[in-house]
Design a protein around this ligand. Structure first.
Ligand SMILES: [Zn+2]
Length: 457
C-alpha cells in the first residue's frame, strides 16, 4: 500500500507521543485516512486471519480485552485498539502501528463505537462481527435506539458473504438482526439463578422488533436482556449456540462462568464482578471460537485477563482499595449498583457526574438509574463532578438521608474526603461517568497509585 502515507502517519504518531499529546491513539490514523481514505481496507486485507469488530452500548471494552487475550493465547500476534480509541481514526491508528511490529500481526480485533460501526465495517470488511447489546445512551449524541438498529441493519446488508455474525440472543433488538442465510452464532446466558424480579423501570427495548407487541419475559437478567418471547407473532429468543449454563457471583470481586459451546465446555473465572460480566465472558468465548481459537486456550487466557481501564479496576491508594466501576448510562449504572450490593458490608461510595462531550451533555439519565436499593446499605456517599449538585438532588429525591451525602464538586477534594470516610479496610466504590473516570484516574496516576497506559500483549 501507499508507503509514503503510512510513513508520514507513523512519524506523526511518534511525534505526538513525544509531545505527550494523548498517547498518539488517533492522530496517525487521522493523517493516514486524509492521505489515503481506503487505507483501513488495505491494511485489514493484509491480515491472514482477518479482522473482528465488537460493538455494544455496554461491555465492548471488557469483552474486546477478554477476546484479545484468547487470540493471543493461540499464539497469534494481534492488532487491537486501546479503550476509547474506538472510532475510524482509532482503528486506522492501531493498523498503522501494527504494520511495523515483528512478528507481523495475523489478526485484528477492534472495539467499535455503535455509531461508527457502519463506516468501520464498510471499510475494514471484517471476518467476524460481534454485536452485544443496545441500551439507551447519550440520546443527544446518538438519537433513538431505532436509528442505531436501522444503521446496524444496513451494516449487516453490506457485509461480505461468509462474514460470521456473533449476536446476543438475549437482546431482542440484536437477536432480531439475524436474517435467513446469515452465518450466525448466538450467545446468551441460560442460568437464570440471578435473574431480576422484573424489568427495570427504565428498560429500553421491550417491544417485539417484528410486530411491536410488548414482549413476555420468563427471565430478566440485565436491563432488557433475558429470555424473551413475543406473544403475538411468535418471535422469540433464539436458542444460543454459546451459552453460560452456570454463573456464580463471587460478591463484588468476580464471577465464575461455565460456557457451553458446540465443541465443548469451558470454565472461566474472572476478577470482573456482576451478572453483566457473564455476558462479556460469554461473548468473548463466542468471539474467540468464531476466529477458530481452541477451547483449551480460551479458559486459561480469560482467567489471566485483567480488568480494563476503569471497568471494575482495583487500585490501592494510601493503603485503601479503590474499585472504579464506570457508570455512564442507566443500564450500566443499574448493573454497577447491583454489583456493589453483592458486597455485604456497609458501603462507601463516591459518584462522579460530568456532562462533557464524551459523557453526553444531558444528565437527566441519572433520574432513570435505580439508586434506591443502596438506601440503608451505605456507610457514606460522596458526590462530585461538574454536575455534583444534580446528583445531590437525585439522591435527596431518592430518600437518602442528608447527613449521609457529602457534596464536593472538586474531584480531588472529593476523592480525599471519600477515602477518609468509613472503614479503611473496606473498599471505596467509585462510580464515574466517562470523563470523570479519566479525571479521577489521572489524579491516581499522579499519586503513583495507577498506571497511565495499558501495556497489552
Ligand atoms: Zn412480535
Amino acid at each position: 500500500m501507499g508507503s509514503p502515507a503510512l510513513a508520514l502517519a507513523r512519524t506523526a504518531g511518534r511525534l505526538s507521543r513525544r509531545l505527550g499529546r494523548g498517547g498518539g491513539t488517533s492522530l496517525p490514523g487521522k493523517i493516514l485516512l486524509r492521505l489515503q481514505p481506503d487505507a483501513v481496507g488495505d491494511l485489514g486485507a493484509g491480515l491472514p486471519r482477518g479482522a473482528g469488530i465488537i460493538s455494544a452500548t455496554n461491555g465492548k471494552t471488557t469483552t474486546s480485552r477478554l477476546a484479545a487475550a484468547a487470540l493471543r493465547a493461540e499464539g497469534w500476534p494481534l492488532v487491537a485498539n486501546p479503550a476509547g480509541a474506538n472510532l475510524m481514526s482509532g482503528v486506522a491508528t492501531a493498523l498503522v502501528e501494527g504494520v511495523t511490529r515483528r512478528p507481523s500481526p495475523v489478526a485484528a480485533l477492534f472495539e467499535v463505537d455503535e455509531a461508527a460501526l457502519v463506516e468501520v465495517a464498510r471499510q475494514l470488511r471484517p471476518r467476524v462481527v460481534v454485536l452485544m447489546n443496545l441500551f439507551r445512551d447519550q440520546l443527544d449524541r446518538y438519537g433513538e435506539l431505532d436509528r442505531l438498529v436501522d444503521d446496524w441493519v444496513r451494516m449487516i446488508d453490506g457485509l461480505d458473504v461468509g462474514t460470521r455474525l456473533v449476536l446476543n440472543a438475549d437482546d431482542p433488538a440484536v437477536a432480531s438482526l439475524a436474517r435467513r442465510g446469515d452465518d450466525v452464532v448466538f450467545f446468551g446466558v441460560d442460568d437464570t439463578a440471578a435473574a431480576l424480579p422484573g424489568l427495570p423501570h427504565a428498560a429500553d427495548s421491550t417491544r417485539c422488533w417484528n410486530c411491536s407487541a410488548a414482549l413476555d419475559y420468563s427471565a430478566v437478567l440485565v436491563g432488557h436482556l433475558g429470555h424473551w418471547a413475543c406473544p403475538d407473532c411468535g418471535l422469540r429468543r433464539p436458542e444460543p449456540d454459546v451459552r453460560a449454563t452456570s454463573v456464580t457471583l463471587h460478591g463484588a470481586t468476580g464471577i465464575a462462568v461455565r460456557v457451553d459451546t458446540p465443541s465443548g465446555a469451558v470454565e472461566v473465572e474472572v476478577p470482573l464482578p456482576g451478572l453483566h460480566n457473564a455476558y462479556n465472558v460469554t461473548a468473548a468465548v463466542a468471539t474467540a471460537a468464531a476466529f477458530g481459537v481452541r477451547l483449551e486456550r480460551i479458559g486459561p487466557a480469560l482467567r489471566g485477563a485483567r480488568a480494563a481501564f476503569g471497568r471494575a479496576e482495583r487500585i490501592t491508594v494510601d493503603g485503601r482499595e479503590v474499585v472504579m466501576l464506570l457508570a455512564k448510562n442507566p443500564a450500566g449504572a443499574n448493573e454497577t449498583v447491583r454489583t456493589i450490593l453483592l458486597d455485604p458490608s456497609p458501603l462507601d461510595v463516591l459518584v462522579s457526574l460530568n456532562d462533557r462531550t464524551a459523557d453526553g451533555n444531558d444528565v437527566s439519565w441519572v433520574w432513570d438509574v435505580d439508586f434506591e436499593p443502596l438506601r440503608g446499605r451505605l456507610a457514606s456517599l460522596t458526590v462530585t463532578g461538574d454536575r455534583a449538585y444534580d446528583l445531590a438532588l437525585r439522591f435527596r429525591y431518592g430518600g437518602f438521608p442528608g447527613e449521609l451525602v457529602q457534596v464536593i464538586p472538586d474531584p480531588r477534594r472529593a476523592l480525599d474526603a471519600a477515602l477518609a470516610r468509613g472503614d479503611r479496610r473496606a473498599p471505596l466504590y467509585v462510580l464515574p461517568t466517562y470523563t470523570a473516570m479519566i479525571e479521577l484516574r489521572e489524579i491516581l496516576v499522579r499519586r503513583g497509585a495507577a498506571e497511565r497506559f495499558w501495556r497489552d500483549g
